[in-house]
Design a protein. Structure first.
Length: 419
C-alpha cells in the first residue's frame, strides 16, 4: 500500500521529545564519567553504541506496533505474557522509567540552586533546602498534568535552543582543548575497565524508551495503515538516535578535551555538572552564565519526557493489582494517572533530599534497569511469540541482543571491581 512518506510536524515533535529525554544526562554527567574512563575506551564505545541502541529501541517499539489493539505497553505485557510474567515485565518498565526520574530528581534541585546564585537572584544557595527541592520538582509535575500535546510543544520549544546551545558550547570550547587533559589507559586491564564504565553510561545517555510506547499509541489513534505506522516509528527512532549520537557525542568529546581528570573526579564526588567544572577551571565568564541555563533546561526537558513512562508504568502496576484484588472494579484512567503522578512526585522528593551521588546511582541502579528492559524484554517476546514458528534468523538476532543486554547489565559493576 502506497502512503505519504514525508516527514510531518508531529513526526518532528516526537523526534525532538526523544532527543529531549536524553539531553539532560548527556549535558550534565556523561562527559564526567567517560572522561574518567579514558579517550580510547570512549571512542570504542561511541563506535558501537549507535547500532546497539537503534536496534534495541526499535525492538521495543515493535512490541507496541505489532499489537492489534491500541493499548500501551503495560497492557500488552499482561495480555501476551500472562498475569505473572506480565506483571514482572511491567515492574521492569516501571524501574526503567522511575530510576531515570530518580537520577534527575537528585540533580534538578542542585542545578536550580546553582543557577539562582549564579545570576544573583538569591544570595543563599538553596541546594540543601527541602522546601526548595519540593518546589523544583513540583514545576515539571504541573507541566505533566496539562495536555500531552501541550507538553510536546513545550519540550520542542526547549529542545530547539538546546541543540543550538550544545553546538555553540562545543565550538566555544575548542580553544580550551588540550591533549594533556585526556586520560589514556596505560594497560589492557585499564582499557577494559574504561570500556566497561563508559559503555553503560552511553546506554543511559542515549536511551529514550520511556517515550516510545506513547508515540506508538498516538500514531495508532490516527487513520494511518500498519505499514505507514511501522515506517514512521522506525524512521523516528533512527533519526532520533542519529541526532543524539552526533550532537551529544560532539558535546561530550569537546567537554572531555577541555576537562582534566582531576576535575572529572571532583565532579563525580560532588554532583557538579561538566560545564560548571570547565567554567571554573578555565575561567570562562560566558560559560559561567550560559552553563547553568543549558544544564537546567536540558534536565527539565529530560525530566518531562521520562515522567511519561513513569506515569504509564506505575498506572499499569496499580491497574493490574486492582484487577486481581477487585476483578469487577472499573478504573478511571485519568484519576489513575493523577494518583500515579502524585505518588511519583512525593517519592522523588524523598530521594532529592537523600544526598545520593548521581553517577553511582546511574551506574549501579539506572543503567542495569534500562539494559534489562530494552535488551531482554524484546528477546522474551521474540521467544514466546515465535515458539511455534520457524524464525531461526530472528531468534538468533534476538539472542545476540540478549547477550549484549547481559553485558550492559553487569558491565558497570565489573568495571568498578577491576583495579
Amino acid at each position: 500500500m502506497e502512503f505519504n512518506k514525508r516527514l510531518t510536524l508531529k513526526d518532528i515533535e516526537w523526534i525532538l521529545l526523544q532527543f529531549g529525554c536524553c539531553i539532560g544526562i548527556a549535558i550534565v554527567y556523561v562527559p564526567i564519567q567517560v572522561a574518567i574512563a579514558g579517550i580510547g575506551p570512549l571512542v570504542l564505545a561511541t563506535a558501537v553504541i549507535f547500532p546497539v541502541m537503534y536496534i534495541s529501541l526499535k525492538n521495543v517499539s515493535m512490541i507496541v506496533v505489532e499489537e492489534k489493539e491500541n493499548i500501551d505497553i503495560t497492557f500488552i505485557f499482561r495480555k501476551r505474557l500472562g498475569k505473572f510474567f506480565g506483571f514482572l515485565a511491567t515492574i521492569m518498565y516501571f524501574l526503567t522509567s522511575y530510576t531515570v526520574v530518580i537520577g534527575y530528581a537528585i540533580i534538578l534541585p542542585t542545578s536550580a540552586g546553582n543557577a539562582l546564585t549564579t545570576f544573583h537572584i538569591t544570595k543563599i544557595n538553596y541546594n540543601n533546602s527541602s522546601i526548595f527541592a519540593f518546589i523544583v520538582l513540583l514545576v515539571p509535575f504541573i507541566i505533566m498534568m496539562t495536555k500531552k500535546d501541550l507538553m510536546l510543544k513545550i519540550v520542542a520549544v526547549i529542545v530547539y535552543p538546546l541543540i543550538i546551545a550544545m553546538l555553540i558550547v562545543g565550538f566555544y570550547l575548542i580553544p580550551e582543548w588540550s591533549m594533556s587533559n585526556l586520560y589514556e589507559p596505560a594497560s589492557v586491564t585499564e582499557w577494559i575497565k574504561g570500556f566497561l564504565l563508559a559503555f553503560p553510561m552511553l546506554v543511559f545517555g542515549m536511551n529514550y524508551c520511556q517515550s516510545i510506547s506513547q508515540m506508538v499509541v498516538y500514531y495508532k489513534k490516527t487513520d494511518m495503515s500498519l505499514e505507514e505506522m511501522k515506517f514512521r516509528v522506525k524512521r523516528n527512532i533512527f533519526m532520533a538516535t542519529l541526532i543524539i549520537l552526533i550532537f551529544v557525542m560532539f558535546f561530550v568529546f569537546s567537554c572531555d578535551f577541555s576537562l582534566t581528570l582531576k576535575s572529572a573526579i571532583k565532579g563525580l564526588d560532588s554532583n557538579t555538572s561538566a560545564l560548571s567544572l570547565i567554567a571554573a577551571a578555565n575561567h570562562l565568564p560566558f560559560l559561567k552564565y550560559t552553563g547553568p541555563i543549558i544544564v537546567l533546561t536540558g534536565l527539565l526537558s529530560s525530566f518531562i519526557g521520562c515522567f511519561l513512562g513513569g506515569i504509564e508504568s506505575i498506572s499499569g502496576i496499580v491497574s493490574q493489582v486492582v484487577q486481581v484484588v477487585f476483578p469487577k472494579l472499573k478504573i478511571n484512567n485519568s484519576i489513575l494517572d493523577f494518583i500515579s503522578s502524585v505518588i511519583i512526585l512525593f517519592s522523588l522528593f524523598l530521594v532529592a533530599i537523600g544526598g545520593f551521588k548521581m553517577l553511582l546511582v546511574t551506574g549501579i541502579l539506572i543503567t542495569p534497569c534500562i539494559a534489562a528492559f530494552i535488551f531482554l524484554i524484546p528477546f522474551i517476546f521474540k521467544i514466546i511469540l515465535n515458539r511455534n514458528k520457524r524464525d531461526c534468523r530472528g531468534i538468533t538476532f534476538a539472542k545476540t541482543m540478549f547477550i549484549i543486554g547481559i553485558f550492559a547489565l553487569f558491565s558497570y559493576y565489573v568495571g568498578m571491581l577491576i583495579h
